[in-house]
Design a protein around this ligand. Structure first.
Ligand code: HEM
Length: 500
């Protein structure tokens, strides 16, 4: 009897399992087809999306080289505005200047939020966001205004931002001088110089290049955790080291708290030294306590490091690549430096107006090698019509700056490094609307002015003091392809710096 019962069960379990499985799959597929046929939503064209994983399989095939050029062929197939699904997450990609303007400028009121519902962001900053990069709505406006005015106030303070950058440029020159013209990798020291600028703004301190403070190494470790587009899917929960992320964040906040405590002990409202002092003052003044919370201000500090360090460092690293690969351009910039600045002093921002070729060279680096090729994702806070498509609330909107800056219709020979393209017949700089490596609209990069100042002063000081060369026997560094994770960075390379 027991045997009959067992064979009966075995027979049914064999029959039922595949049947149930097929039933569940058909049910899920029907639900998915029905849900994607929502008549109120008409998505732009895009690659076929599968349940659960969306377009990730195709993205992984097309994007396996991890270059910002990987998805460009998709625009030829689907058009300038595309609908892509990252797992269950809807994303719209904008591939022309006009579309980005329509979204980020004309529809700024509904396309300026951030997708903080995404698993990893929710995990790090919470569903309501925090700080300036990941906050939305009126709190974001207030915190952005506070951060911008802080940068302005600190720039106008006792020791201006410009002087701090000039000092740091001198340290960088000294450090490179120690190499005595031998082969070295510029990556770490440029990174140290640039992060020192943020450190002086935030904590009023710079650090020796040989002793990385714990805070910077924790920040750097947190930055490395990103996994490109996968980070933006809810699937991130299965492969990201969440416990490590949490431990790093806790460590970071406790280090920031220690610094704030130190500042509190020597705080003098008549002598504001840095961003932390401004924060203490705003809390003491009792200004909008709902917005000026410790949590928001800690996140702004992290944002300034995240957004202000890798971006400028990588742009300077790309600059040196273009200089060694185009010695004629390097020579022309040096000639301009000799004429306008000479050897007796460090560059200042007033010089820039008289140095068109140098300005054109920096513009060309920002165009050719944009370090934030897809910027930071925006999100719709309401249903929005873009290019005639109805895009629902809570959709991620991504601008493809790389495509705009490498579109043959905007810039001839886009993959050639040609600073002259920025000069008119009178050798004056001609700006282009399409030059948007810092994005546009109310979310435009908050550190644009600071980045421009750093790029100009660091690059001119380096070229005033050294001629950079490819080391004997080494291949020229790659000026087009790099490594693309959170920012677009060049591959590691070596140079020689010959004292002028
Ligand atoms: C070459 C250097 C840089 C480039 C190319 C760059 C580019 C960008 C881009 C494309 C965005 C996204 C804008 C958007 O969401 O539409 C952004 C945002 C931002 N950047 Fe930069 N950036 C640079 C340097 C800096 C520096 C030095 C700082 C430091 C103060 C900074 C702070 C920020 C902040 C705080 C945001 C978020 C603004 C907001 O959400 O309101 N950036 N940047």
């Amino acid at each position: 009897m027991a045997n009959v019962e067992q064979s009966f069960i075995a027979f049914f379990s064999n029959l039922v399992q595949p049947t149930v499985l097929i039933f569940v799959v058909v049910l899920l597929l029907s639900l998915w087809i029905l849900s994607s046929r929502n008549p109120r939503v008409n998505w732009p064209p895009g690659p076929l999306c599968f349940p659960v994983v969306g377009c990730l399989p195709q993205m992984m095939i097309s994007g396996r080289r991890r270059q910002p050029t990987d998805l460009l062929p998709w625009y030829d197939k689907y058009g300038d505005i595309m609908h892509v699904k990252l797992g269950e997450q809807h994303m719209i990609m904008l591939g022309t200047y006009e579309l980005i303007q329509e979204a980020f400028v004309k529809n700024a009121t509904t396309v300026s939020a951030r997708p903080t519902w995404i698993y990893l962001l929710r995990y790090i900053v919470g569903r309501d966001g925090a700080g300036v990069i990941f906050k939305s709505g009126h709190e974001w406006k207030e915190l952005r205004r506070f951060t911008l005015s802080s940068l302005r106030d600190l720039g106008l303070g006792r020791k201006s931002l410009q002087e701090r950058i000039q000092d740091e440029a001198r340290y960088l020159v000294q450090n490179i001088e120690n190499e005595n013209g031998k082969t070295f990798s510029p990556k770490e020291r440029i990174g140290n110089a640039v992060s020192n600028i943020i450190s002086t703004i935030v904590f009023g301190a710079r650090y020796d290049y040989r002793e990385t403070p714990e805070m910077l190494s924790v920040l750097e470790q947190s930055l490395r955790i990103g996994q490109g587009s996968l980070t933006l899917t809810d699937l991130a929960r299965f492969f990201l080291p969440l416990e490590k992320i949490l431990a790093l964040s806790d460590k970071l906040y406790s280090l920031i708290r220690q610094e704030v405590e130190k500042h509190r002990q020597s705080f003098d409202p008549t002598d504001i030294r840095d961003f932390v002092d401004l924060f203490i003052k705003v809390i003491q003044d009792g200004h909008d306590p709902e917005v000026y919370t410790e949590w928001n201000v800690f996140r702004i500090i992290v944002d300034l490091y995240f957004a202000g360090t890798e971006t400028t460092t990588n742009t300077l690293r790309w600059s040196l690549i273009h200089m060694v690969n185009h010695p004629d351009v390097q020579k022309r910039v040096q000639r301009e430096i000799d004429q306008v600045i000479g050897q007796g002093r460090v560059a200042n921002m007033e010089d820039k107006a008289r140095m068109s070729f140098t300005e054109a060279t920096i513009l060309e680096v920002l165009r050719m090698s944009p370090v934030a090729p897809l910027g930071v994702p925006h999100a719709t806070s309401e249903t929005t019509i873009l290019a005639g498509y109805t895009i629902p609330k809570d959709t991620m909107i991504v601008a493809d700056f790389y495509r705009i800056l490498h579109d043959e219709n905007n810039f001839q020979d886009p993959y050639k490094f040609k600073p002259e393209r920025w000069l008119d017949g009178d050798a004056k700089v001609t700006k282009s609307d399409k030059m948007i490596p810092f994005s546009m609209g109310p979310r435009v990069c908050l550190g644009k002015g600071l980045a421009e100042m750093e790029l100009f002063i660091f690059l001119t000081t380096l070229l005033q003091n050294f001629t950079f060369k490819i080391p004997d026997g080494e291949k020229p560094p790659d000026g087009v392809e790099g490594s693309y994770a959170d920012t677009f960075a060049p591959h590691v390379y070596n140079v020689c710096a010959v004292r002028r």
